[in-house]
Design a protein around this ligand. Structure first.
Ligand SMILES: [Zn+2]
Length: 141
């Protein structure tokens, strides 16, 4: 891994304030990685690495934290990437593995769902269709 100080490309709606990525858009602050509401600050260079390496050897992404949801924060854990873009890609790969069954689920048309009897199977299919749409939104963020 090539360690260097870098200024991250700042996506639309975000700005850097100090060493933190800040949401400048409307509404609730989204998770930097998936777009769901952020609930914590994610350390882009895992804290364990910051404590282990001398200052000159630490990766520097230009920011120390980004707003994130707990799920992305947990999924990234202490993994290390060489840029913020690579970290976002790693978060999405983790989400793809976590939601593989939903993403691989066959497509159901409204007519097919309507043909199902009222009951647990129809409920399960309806919940799964909604959940898969949410996962796809997260991956497209
Ligand atoms: Zn997230």
């Amino acid at each position: 891994m090539h360690l260097q100080s870098s200024t991250p490309r700042v996506p639309l709606g975000w700005r850097i304030q100090g060493r933190t990525m800040v949401w400048d858009g409307a509404g609730i602050t989204p998770c930097y990685y998936c777009g769901r509401p952020a609930t914590c600050d994610e350390h882009v260079v895992p804290r364990v690495l910051v404590y282990m390496l001398p200052p000159g050897e630490r990766p520097d992404f230009g920011v120390d934290t980004v707003p994130a949801c707990k799920e992305c924060n947990t999924g990234l854990a202490a993994s290390v990437q060489d840029s913020l873009a690579a970290r976002k890609a790693a978060a999405k790969q983790w989400l793809c593995r976590r939601y593989k069954k939903l993403l691989d689920m066959p497509a159901w048309s409204e007519d097919e769902i309507a043909e199902l009897d009222d009951g647990w199977l129809r409920d399960y299919v309806c919940r799964s269709v909604v959940a898969r749409a949410e996962v796809r939104r997260m991956l497209a963020w």
